[in-house]
Design a protein around this ligand. Structure first.
Ligand code: DX5
Ligand code: ZN
Length: 294
């Protein structure tokens, strides 16, 4: 199935996409059903669904901050908004400014209405940054076909979308293939998809990504309604699992996502839109802390 990106499609900024897909029809029905957690953090942990199995060692256990975080919350630089002609320098500036990991978006023009980044660029990024954690976000159909290529290219972590899976067993197979290649596995839920679609598997991944936009483009507005989804997911996770937010994350919106339980934040335009140096470092500091406008 396809994930819609309202008002946008590849090569047609600002125009209605016109796609008649299942996700579009679902989104037109309005906000997802109430997804609030049954209780507070301790109750949430107590009713968690159990833990996931041990994973194999990653390429370099030291660099994999998603597995062994130096501090919480973690902030990832989503390089979709980087200057691609100066990619190495721009990534280095984000890391020097305090980003904890590299968030690497992959799009196939089919699951989402945009194209972005494949394994060749990832290999180059890995060569340039051998010690940094790379969190690859696969917004593609048939993600299971690409586990090997992304492992070979140097990813530490792969997140794939529930919308790209044929069901729970398919998702579990892909997760197991990711772990068998020594990476950690994440499951993403798009901004237009209800948590119920992934509910049965939430406790079984190393990370769950709740999108706060419709996947496909950077620079979109954070969807406040995604906060309920974050709370609902957090209520079902065990302490070792991470909850990531991606989309419209910046100093204004990050505090609410953190309050809703996110411990891993990916941001593109907020980070790369700030000048390298102190301005970028300040943005990252403010994403990591601050107070909620919601
Ligand atoms: C969008 C990507 C995001 C995107 C975030 O589908 O998955 O990672 O780069 O961009 P901002 O932070 O600008 O919303
Ligand atoms: Zn992403």
């Amino acid at each position: 199935m396809r994930i819609k990106s309202p008002g946008r499609k590849y090569g047609e900024e600002g125009a209605a996409s016109g796609r008649n897909c299942r996700s579009l029809r679902r989104a037109q029905n309005g906000r997802p059903p109430s997804l609030g957690p049954p209780g507070g953090a301790s109750e949430s942990r107590a009713c968690a669904r159990g833990s996931f199995g041990p994973v194999l060692p990653v390429h370099s256990p030291v660099r994999h901050v998603l597995r062994s975080p130096p501090r919480l919350p973690l902030v990832g630089a989503s390089i979709l908004a980087a200057d691609f002609l100066r990619l190495e320098a721009d990534i280095r500036a984000a890391l020097d400014a305090g980003a904890d990991f590299i968030h690497y978006d992959v799009m196939d023009g089919h699951l989402v209405p945009n194209l972005a980044l494949g394994t060749d660029v990832l290999k180059a990024v890995r060569r340039a940054f051998p010690d940094e954690c790379i969190d690859a976000h696969l917004m593609i159909d048939n993600p299971g076909d690409f586990v090997g290529p992304f492992a070979d290219a140097g990813a530490d972590h792969l997140t794939f979308h529930i919308e790209a899976c044929e069901g729970a067993e398919d998702a579990r197979r892909i997760r197991d293939a990711i772990r068998a290649r020594g990476m950690t596995a994440g499951l993403a839920i798009d901004g237009g998809t209800p948590v119920s679609r992934a509910e049965a598997m939430l406790g079984e991944f190393d990370l769950v990504l709740v999108m706060s936009i419709h996947a496909g483009f950077s620079g979109q507005r954070f969807m406040p309604e995604s906060l309920d989804k974050m709370r609902a997911v957090r209520a079902r996770l065990v302490p070792g699992q991470r909850l990531e937010v991606d989309g419209g994350v910046g100093p204004q919106t990050a505090p609410a996502a953190i309050e809703a339980g996110c411990d891993t934040l990916a941001a593109a335009s907020a980070i790369f839109g700030a000048a390298a140096g102190e301005a970028r470092a300040e943005v990252i500091r403010r994403i990591r802390g601050g107070s909620s406008p919601f």
